[in-house]
Write a protein that binds this ligand. Structure first.
Ligand SMILES: [Zn+2]
Length: 93
């Protein structure tokens, strides 16, 4: 998944307008292979006629680190249950 970093209209998706901060592609739409990559680099191509950078790759899994032991979790909920389970004592400031 990509994050939109510059507004654009997707001519491959009926001119759908993407705004900065949106996720690309939208739910239910599968762009051509290479389209998202083309929009994330500064190069003119068939799939990116302006050559502008419109997208930024989201890290595959946003990681949250346990402040106590440094283990990584994919969600706040997973980290919260880890802390409740493994570090029941309050974390010293
Ligand atoms: Zn921990």
């Amino acid at each position: 998944m990509y994050t939109v970093i510059k507004d654009f209209k997707d001519r491959f998706d009926g001119g759908r307008a993407y705004k900065t901060g949106d996720t690309y592609p939208r739910k239910g739409f599968s762009p051509h292979a290479g389209r998202a990559e083309a929009l994330a680099i500064n190069a003119v191509s068939k799939l990116n006629r302006t050559g502008g950078i419109y997208l930024e790759l989201e890290s595959a899994a946003e990681k949250i680190t346990c402040p106590v032991c440094g283990k990584e979790y994919k969600s706040e909920a997973a980290l919260a249950s880890h802390i409740a389970d493994k570090h029941p004592e309050p974390i010293p400031e």
